[in-house]
Design a protein around this ligand. Sequence first.
Ligand SMILES: [Zn+2]
Length: 360
Amino acid sequence: MGAEAFKQAIARGHELGLHYMPYINVNLWAYDAPSYNAEVREAGARFIWGPEKILGMRFKYGTVDMHAMVMCPATKLWQDKVSEMVRKLIQEYDCDGIYFDTLDIYCMQCSHPDHGHPRGGGNYWVEGVREILGRARRECMAAGKKVAFSGEFWRERYIGYYDAALWVSTGRAQFIKDVVYHDYLTTICGEWHQRPVVPYLGSLFIAGQTIGPLGLGEKYLNETPDEKVLGFLHYLSDCRREFGLKYVNLGARLRNPRITTPLPTVDAGSETLPVVITSAWEAGDGDIGCFFMNISDQTQEFTFEIDLATFELDRLGKYAVTKWELGRQTPVAAQNSGWLTGTDSLESGKMMMFEFSSTE
Ligand SMILES: [Zn+2]
């Protein structure tokens, strides 16, 4: 593409309201990169086990198949290199964030004698990645650039160093993680290729994930966009923008609202779920949002119960209740300030949210 064309694409995207978060890799230095040389080879990470072999990796980005040196994040050489890449992308190309690919998934017991860390075990790898992420943030802030960082997989050890983590699963483990951590570190996901689109993406949206295509290269780029997928993505995006943002993206997760009607189940790709799924969230301003989505292929009627007393909030107030659907808001008569039951129906792939806004 070339540097100038890349800059122009970013500038044009900014005019359209887009933000750019390119990938860089926090562990690997490709053998065929112009910057790769004998010094890099000498400084690369080394195995602790067996003969002290230099650690090389074969990896694939989309259609690009290459070999690379695993770099030890404890070394100043590698810290400086990542810093240089971040500075170029953020300050010269005007990107809006960085996706730090792999983070520490190549975490090894490095036995290099000249890296200044214990040979073998220790916490230097994690500390090194923290230094890389922390330094990137400090240098962007010093340059007056407001950035967002994301990275591969959800890692408690990097909370405070990045803003969003790649996460691809749902279900019980996801729920527990969200309850504890969602308002500290949000999650991004994708990879719906060959999965049931509405059940899978719907369940991810309800679980508070930011949906985006993951998986590079031919899988998405060489295929004609699927109208059903695009339509559903636009619907989710519009709902998030209109009423979902402060809850599913930025809120703290609460217990799921209850559906009291027996419902059939549907294959959601990685698990089996009821045809109507729910989630509840407390926004930073104290408002509460209760989401319901029909992930089946036909209209569903159901009875539900929302009891704010089960959410274990710090305090309960008096609330005005509004039912939100895309393009429509309907006031709901409050029932005992925080307890709501009703029978409703949702068309296939559609969602609604009951919002409890404090009136005190
Ligand atoms: Zn090392």
